[in-house]
Design a binder for this molecule. Structure first.
Ligand SMILES: Nc1ncnc2c1ncn2[C@@H]1O[C@H](COP(=O)(O)OP(=O)(O)OP(=O)(O)O)[C@@H](O)[C@H]1O
Ligand SMILES: [Mg+2]
Length: 79
C-alpha cells in the first residue's frame, strides 16, 4: 500500500536478457519506507546489481514498475 511514508515501491519487476534463457528474476514485489535501511542478499548472479541498476534508473526492466516517491523511475536522477 502506497502511503506518504513510502519511499520505494517495486511491482512485479522482471528482467530477462535473452528470450531463450530463464529470466534473471521475475515477480519481484517489495516496498521500502522513508528512512528504512534494506540489504539485498543473494547468491552471486541472482540479479542484485541488475535490480539496483533499475532502481538507479540506469537500466530498464523487462517488465513491472519501480516507483520512487510516487514517480515511476524512468532514468537516472539526482534522487
Ligand atoms: N547486460 C547483460 N546482458 C546479459 N546478461 C546479463 C547482463 N547483465 C547481467 N547479466 C546476467 O544477469 C545475471 C545477474 O547479474 P547481476 O550482475 O545482477 O548479478 P549479481 O546478483 O549482482 O551478482 P554478484 O553478487 O556476483 O555481484 C547474471 O547471470 C549475469 O551474467
Ligand atoms: Mg553484483
Amino acid at each position: 500500500m502506497q502511503t506518504e511514508n513510502t519511499f520505494l515501491k517495486v511491482i512485479n519487476l522482471y528482467i530477462s536478457y535473452k528470450a531463450d534463457t530463464p529470466p534473471v528474476f521475475e515477480s519481484i514485489d517489495f516496498e521500502i519506507e522513508k528512512g528504512e535501511f534494506v540489504c539485498i542478499i543473494e547468491h552471486s548472479g541472482c540479479g542484485q546489481t541488475a535490480i539496483l541498476n533499475v532502481l538507479a534508473g540506469l537500466e530498464d526492466a523487462t517488465g513491472g514498475d519501480a516507483i520512487m516517491l510516487g514517480k515511476r523511475i524512468q532514468g537516472p536522477g539526482l534522487e
